[in-house]
Ligand binder design. Structure first.
Ligand SMILES: [Zn+2]
Length: 202
């Protein structure tokens, strides 16, 4: 038996979310319909979409463009810390270990969840580098298979563009497999201090 079209549409929308399969999408759909508590969810989604944008520089989710971090003249613009997700920026900011600029890729290459190069903001990063004032790119993607593949992809994109920029990768002194978001200040400072050079400038 087919679902009513409106329910089918809701299930399909949930199913597009990362990590959500058909059965979970159905369960979530029934849940929001059962208690009619879906309207708060619907309002929150609409509100978030209406009141956030992507920063045209770092690509992070922000309320204004450029975002507060890109707009802060006290932050050095000579090096950028490339991370996977907005939550990584939050974690690094909480740690206080970095006071420069960021670039948010919005994911990592992942064949399992379908994240491909076109989903990542690498072209926007290359565009920023072409402006010429950035001397170093610090690759802060996670030290797992997806993060390593993504770091390599970004490095190759910079090579292909022939840009005179130094590329480094966070030291692996940090606990194996630990994501950026779980690191505290001391560990992150060590990882920054011990970063490995993947490419010389120019
Ligand atoms: Zn920004």
């Amino acid at each position: 038996m087919a679902y009513p079209a409106a329910l089918e549409r809701l299930v399909a929308a949930f199913e597009k979310l990362p990590g959500v399969g058909r059965r979970t999408a159905e369960r979530l759909s029934f849940h929001v319909l059962r208690d009619r508590d879906g309207s708060e969810l619907a309002h929150s989604i609409a509100h978030a979409i209406a009141n956030t944008r992507r920063c045209s520089q770092c690509r992070n989710v922000a309320e204004q463009d450029p975002c507060q971090l890109c707009n802060d003249p006290k932050r050095s613009a000579s090096a950028i810390f490339v991370v996977e997700e907005p939550r990584d920026v939050e974690a690094v900011e909480r740690s206080g270990a970095w006071t420069g600029r960021y670039h948010v890729l919005m994911g990592a290459l992942n064949p399992a969840d379908g994240t491909q190069p076109r989903h990542l903001s690498v072209e926007a990063l290359i565009g920023r580098l072409r402006e010429g004032s950035i001397e170093e790119v610090i690759l802060g993607t996670d030290p797992d298979a997806e993060g390593e593949a993504t770091a390599l992809f970004v490095l190759e994109a910079i090579e292909a563009a022939g840009l005179a920029v130094r590329v480094t990768r966070l030291a692996r002194g940090m606990p194996a497999g630990s994501a950026l978001e779980y690191l505290h200040r001391g560990v992150l400072e060590d990882a920054l201090d011990g970063r490995r050079e993947l490419r010389r400038r120019g």
